[in-house]
Design a protein around this ligand. Structure first.
Ligand SMILES: [Zn+2]
Ligand SMILES: [Zn+2]
Length: 116
């Protein structure tokens, strides 16, 4: 099991998103992987289309500071009604692009398995 980087939910498999974490960019110039679950990946995709400016200090996925941030509404499951609560996260543009790449890669993989 692994925990989603955004909502903290544990899943057997997560969707890998390649982000440019400024803290380790010198060591990993191509980026590092963050695992988020499918629900959060979809939330990021929606947020990327809406582009609502957020006033966070740093990106919740890669940790970059002093970059324009956008609001992402994440649904975190809880054990009482209404069984989820909405949490606002702030993501940078480069992480949105990384999420879109992951979505495209997943769709390509689905296509693949469909044909075989
Ligand atoms: Zn999540
Ligand atoms: Zn970011």
């Amino acid at each position: 099991m692994a925990d989603c980087e955004l909502c903290g939910v544990a899943r057997p498999t997560l969707c890998p998103v390649k982000v440019k974490d400024p803290g380790v960019l010198a060591a990993y110039p191509a980026g590092t992987w963050r695992g988020i679950n499918e629900e959060c990946l979809n939330s990021c995709h929606k947020a990327n289309l809406e582009r609502t400016p957020a006033n966070g200090k740093k990106c919740d996925l890669c940790g970059i500071r002093n970059a324009p941030l956008f609001q992402v509404k994440i649904e975190v499951p809880i054990f009482q009604e209404p069984y989820h609560r909405e949490v606002n996260k702030a993501l940078c543009e480069s992480c949105f692009e990384a999420c879109e790449d992951t979505i495209k890669r997943r769709e390509a993989e689905k296509e693949e398995s469909h044909h075989h």
